[in-house]
Design a binder for this molecule. Structure first.
Ligand SMILES: Nc1ncnc2c1ncn2[C@@H]1O[C@H](COP(=O)(O)OP(=O)(O)OP(=O)(O)O)[C@@H](O)[C@H]1O
Ligand SMILES: [Mg+2]
Length: 696
């Protein structure tokens, strides 16, 4: 065997072709489970090991940090650790942070810029809109985000705005951008937009990055937005050495500004592009694949695709109507318990997928009471918890004294006698002097605006932060350099001192009952030990840590994983993954397809059009859900479901019918009757199995 053969062994001819093709851009367009991601990992191995590409010249972009980690894992198992050193496997956003950090100067940003999360951004927008109407607020934030993702600045947004609401949003967009600049902060969308704009406008930077990235690979291309498309185009330049893989039938992020037309656009922007289709599915048994095909065939086709599998017919797909959510959750839990025993499977072989986050709570309760270990992705993130955000606000301020939102949170938590009046006075002063809030407290004439007692309190706080900044390797307002960095005290030491000085534990027990206070304090300790570990393992400075956290908190909502546990996930977060046995719950009209918002008031034609595009996106989501399953798939829906205080009567999802299941007469709701005697025995045994520890 030649080395090339070694690195393509086990691939089918089309996959091989995709791995070996290096004469120009390459697009792999294929349905779920056909080995697209596998092509990417094998191609990276091939580039490094056979073609002699330096690892640092290869960049692969994935959709989540978790997908990047999995890819790293797969490549290391192919090549071992050594050859992959310097290889970049990351999300668009992590790449963006890196580019911004390196190019900060060109962009007029400090290297220690802050990354604002969605809540901070909403806070800023709220001030500008002067509204407390949550719907209006989120609407404006969403519109601004879509503009950013379409690479439109405030001027273009204003020209494009049609309704008064949109005009309002455009006006806010302009001052929002100015505010971010003043805070030396970027938001999530900026992480891709700013690098793209930089490369667009600055030839020197563009050439430097193009020289550096010799080969680029992108997974899940159907979910890129205009900004990401542009960034890939600019990074790869005329040489266009890239491989993109995607599936238009799995585009599920249109609501966030992704356009699956990007797939088609590649074929017109790069006329010579090599398009490769994969047709064999290696993931699912035939029944599952057939059901998935039956559903997706109802959507208009961008590209013609055939998918087949030789993994056998497989067991029938089950559909269970249930009386309500509690019954559904309990039934799924019991089926999994029984199934694990019956199939000699592991907990990790099972996944429960659902459309909306709020469905998780009842499932969690049921699993906990059945002693089934589980881990959850797509829920409230650890990093969204109030106590974690409190501590992080200090770290953000230490890293960047222009970060006004962090200043406000830190200076008021724990309380140190600084109220709204004082902050308003400080704010006015800071604006008039073009200073950040933090810097304003050190101005000589600030005492004319703020009473003595409050001022002393502010100064104590300010000097403490400055002291931490110095010891973290940086003096206020000055860039860090190697020498100062070397003298920096370890992040762990600083963290301990921070908690001690602000007396945070005491504050928690002051504010809350004993139990919740303890839970919160334990969360803080967990954060600190995680930070210390990270600082040691990855040799990150305090600043890098802080930026890294901002990314995690936005991308991976609570993805800390229990290794052998049932996986609970939203459909969106399940993209790209696979599980032997999948339970898809809440498959009913109004939930999947989701009801959506009635935001197309007025124009009935537009409303109808938007309804049908929405159903199509929901159908793709259903397709994604079905195709996560390898061996068995179980659907359920509830006749009644509680929403807020209402008790709603529900119908099965249209998608169930579209799956065209044979003998699809709905089964009886009695879940015990649906279990065979052996399954019931298994279930009992599993319940009695004292070794099962719950995940949380
Ligand atoms: N040639 C092959 N031979 C055997 N197994 C394969 C082959 N190609 C891929 N697989 C396996 O099939 C499964 C699906 O592959 P992969 O995840 O790469 O598909 P995908 O096209 O990326 O799916 P999705 O669209 O869901 O992201 C994986 O378990 C993978 O290891
Ligand atoms: Mg994939």
């Amino acid at each position: 065997m030649t080395t090339a053969e070694i690195f393509t062994a086990g691939l089918n001819p089309m996959q091989k072709e995709a791995v070996l093709y290096l004469n120009g851009p390459c697009l792999v367009l294929a349905g779920a489970g056909s080995g697209k991601t596998r092509v990417i990992t094998q191609k990276i191995a091939y580039l490094l090991q056979v073609c002699g590409y330096p690892a640092r010249g290869v960049l692969a972009l994935t959709f989540t940090n978790k997908a990047a980690r999995e890819m790293a894992h797969r490549i290391q198992s192919l090549l071992g650790k050594g050859p992959t050193k310097g290889l970049t496997l990351s999300t668009f956003h992590s790449l963006g942070v890196r580019m911004l950090r390196e190019e900060a100067e060109l962009l007029g940003l400090k290297r220690e810029f802050s990354i604002l999360d969605a809540e901070d951004a909403l806070g800023i927008i709220q001030d500008m809109l002067a509204t407390t109407d949550k719907g209006r607020l989120r609407g404006a934030a969403h519109t601004i985000s879509l503009w950013k993702n379409a690479l439109m600045g405030p001027d273009e947004a204003e020209r494009a705005a049609q309704t008064p609401t949109e005009l309002d949003a455009a006006r806010v967009y302009r001052s929002y951008e100015a505010t971010l600049k003043a805070y030396q902060a970027v938001d999530f969308d900026d992480l891709v937009k700013l690098p793209a704009q930089l490369l667009e406008q600055n030839e020197e930077a563009r050439l430097r990055w193009q020289h550096r990235i010799r080969y680029l690979l992108v997974d899940e291309y159907q979910d890129t937005n205009a900004c990401q498309y542009r960034l890939v185009q600019l990074l790869t330049g005329e040489r266009a050495m890239f491989t993109a893989v995607g599936d238009d039938d799995q585009a599920i992020y249109a609501w966030r500004g992704a356009t699956m037309e990007n797939l088609a656009r590649l074929t017109t922007d790069y006329t010579g592009i090599k398009v490769i289709k994969l047709e064999q599915n290696y993931r699912s048994v035939q029944r599952i694949l057939q059901a998935a095909n039956n559903v997706i065939t109802r959507n208009p086709k961008l590209f013609e695709k055939q998918l087949w599998s030789d993994l056998g017919v497989g067991e029938p797909i089950t559909v269970k109507p249930m009386d309500n959510e509690e019954a559904e959750a309990e039934s799924v839990g019991m089926q999994i318990s029984a199934g694990r025993f019956e199939r000699q499977a592991e907990w990790r072989d099972f996944a429960i997928l659902y459309r909306s986050n709020h469905q998780a709570r009842i499932l969690e309760q049921a699993l906990r009471s059945l002693n089934i270990p589980y881990s959850i992705s797509g829920g409230q993130s650890f990093f969204d918890k109030a106590e974690i955000r409190d501590i992080l606000s200090y770290l953000r301020l230490i890293a960047n004294d222009n970060d006004d939102p962090a200043f406000i949170r830190a200076v008021t938590t724990p309380k140190r006698g600084i109220g709204r009046q004082t902050l308003l006075a400080l704010g006015e002063y800071a604006v008039s002097k073009k200073l950040s809030l933090f810097m304003a407290i050190f101005e000589p004439d600030i005492g004319e605006y703020i009473p003595e007692r409050q001022l002393q309190s502010l100064l104590t706080f300010g000097r403490f932060i400055q002291n931490m900044q110095k010891r973290a390797g940086r003096r206020a307002g000055q860039p860090r350099d190697a020498e100062r960095q070397a003298q920096a005290e370890p992040a762990g030491l600083l963290l301990d001192e921070l908690l001690r000085v602000i007396n945070y534990e005491h504050y928690l027990y002051d504010m809350f009952e004993e139990k919740p206070a303890e839970t919160r304090w334990l969360n803080v300790l967990e954060l600190v030990s995680w930070l210390k570990r990270k600082a040691e393992e990855d040799g990150m400075s305090l600043y890098e840590l802080v930026q890294h956290i901002a990314l995690i908190s936005m991308l991976e909502r609570g993805e800390e994983e229990e290794p052998n546990a049932v996986k609970l996930s939203t459909l969106h977060a399940s993209k790209g993954l696979e599980y032997p046995h999948v339970y898809l719950v809440g498959v009913e009209e109004g939930l999947l397809p989701h009801q959506g918002r009635d935001d197309e008031e007025g124009d009935p034609e537009r409303a109808e059009e938007s309804l049908s595009t929405r159903i199509q996106e929901e159908r793709r989501l259903m397709y994604v859900g079905i195709t996560r399953a390898q061996r068995s798939l179980h659907l359920s829906w509830c006749r009644r479901r509680r929403r807020a205080r209402e008790d709603l009567v529900r119908e099965p999802s249209r998608f169930i019918e579209e799956m065209g299941l044979e003998g699809a007469a709905p089964q009886q709701a009695d879940e015990h009757a649906a279990l065979s005697p052996r399954e019931r025995l298994g279930m009992l045994k599993a319940l009695l199995d004292g070794k099962n520890k719950t995940a949380r």
